[in-house]
Design a protein around this ligand. Sequence first.
Ligand SMILES: [Zn+2]
Ligand SMILES: [Zn+2]
Length: 370
Amino acid sequence: MSPVIRMREITAAVTREPNEYAVESVSLADPEPGEVLVDVRATGVCHTDYHAYTSEDTSFPVVLGHEGAGVVEAVGDGVSTVSPGDRVVLWVLPSCGDCEFCRRGDPYLCQARREVRGRMMDGTRRLSQEGEPINHFYAQSSFASMAVVPERQVVPIPDAVPFEIGALLGCGVTTGLGAVTNIAGVGSGETVAVFGCGGVGAGAVLAAGAVSSGAIVAVDLDPETLATMETIGATHTVNATEADPVETIRERTGGVDYAFECIGRPQTVRQAIDVLRPGGTAAITGTSSTPPAEIDLGRFTKGISVVGNIVGFTRPRVDIPRYATMYLNDDLALDAVLTGRYELPELGEAFAALDAGTGIRSVVQFPEGA
Ligand SMILES: [Zn+2]
Ligand SMILES: [Zn+2]
């Protein structure tokens, strides 16, 4: 006799074709061994969601969302690191725990997750609607009132951290924080430029401001965003609609030690390299859809480095609790980064704001008991 699969009805934003979603009742099966059922209370709205939302290449139907925070409702067999009632952040990247990269402590490089697009790590799905399977997104699908997520992506945080702040730590902002601290290793007094001040760029400005007393230049197109960057660590700002960022930054700083490209466009990749002083480092935020960028190879004779970045090389169980503690100690101004709050039926408005480049990071919130 096959085991009975228990289901619950949840509310989720289902996307069946590009640029379309409907908030519907969906079935979510019990967590399998090594998985956790989470009552989702907030989830970030990220360019990665928007890209999947607008792309013909996405595996539809799908429930998007990959920056969740909530409370553990139940755990599958063998789960040992979280219990029902725990407040948790849902980390973006699935990892197998068993490949060469996972074993050596680099879970962000895990290659196994590439083989499970739209599925959980065991290749199956927990989401369905009237018997029709629905695809997962990053083994999370948190544009939903509840989610089943692999234990390795479920990170406990203190109860004092609000859910919407926890959601900021699930992907974008943490990527920017990690790019500065884990990849570039910015030192005291070193100079920094950040291109693009959405969630990732804001994380980079926050982290740079925490470690360096040198010039920190934020580049963006949105005046309000740039004003906020000045409150969280930027010493200078450049509105790229009004001035050439490379010329302006060179004039003001003589070139920077570190440039963080946080958009994934060929033009800003090139600017991040051109703005370096000799010996400087450009950290490029990984995005697989970036078209090729032309680089002036002569820059390499100045001893510059260009480094890649996936999720800021974050080790979620090490870094996320550390950032949560910094937030509680008033050492990480995450409140300033949260610029939009929506409920699930308003997801389209959140995507429109993201597309327009207004605001820094928004979250979808789920009222308790909804
Ligand atoms: Zn792995
Ligand atoms: Zn994200």
